[in-house]
Design a protein around this ligand. Sequence first.
Ligand code: PLP
Length: 229
Amino acid sequence: MSIFTIHKNLDILQKKIHSYEKIYHRPAHSVCLLAVSKHQPIEKIQEAIDAGQFLFAENYLQEAIPKISHFSNQNLEWHFIGSIQRNKTKKIAELFSWVHTIADPLIAKRLNDQRPLELPPLNICLQVNVSCDPAKSGLSITEIAHLANYCALLPRLKLRGLMTILSQTTDFTEQRTEFKKLYTLYKTLRKKWSEIDTLSMGMSEDLQAAIAEGATIVRIGTKFFGKRN
Ligand SMILES: *Cc1c(COP(=O)(O)O)cnc(C)c1O
């Protein structure tokens, strides 16, 4: 793919995001575009940086380590969005600014304890399984309050909000119904913790529904970089 294509994709996505912000009466620039670079080579990430992108997300630690190291002089912000094994928490705590996929107090505690003191607290989102899909990770809506209570007390973590991955529906109304559940939970949590400001939801195929329902971070892979290897 040429430089032109990633430039163009970024341009198209930003225009879409801004137009959805308008349509759904969201403040301008209230939705952040996170580029999901899993299974994408260094060259494409470089093209994205050249086009002005600096927020990137990875799912697999082993794949992320060389990428983060390659771009260490570029002032990028890296988000971890994959499932987390216990033996990976130390590196994740060292290398990332955000983790979107917290669903286990033990993992949260390890990230807290392993976050290097010279870095600011690690920003976290709790992963919610809105549809209670057994094939998906994340906690049910009722379990989230407990985990939020727990994480809010960990000083090296900063509880920023909630994250979800939608079930495979392509129906716009169904997508909105699921995202709305996350938004409702988000509003409830914000009453207790005013620093909560993040709803990480929306991918290539459900971007519009997510913005309609209050997403503040959309995680886009395919429509940003093209198909993954
Ligand atoms: C891969 C992935 C994305 C991006 O998916 P696309 O459909 O390619 O936009 C977003 N979020 C998570 C958690 C992912 O694993």
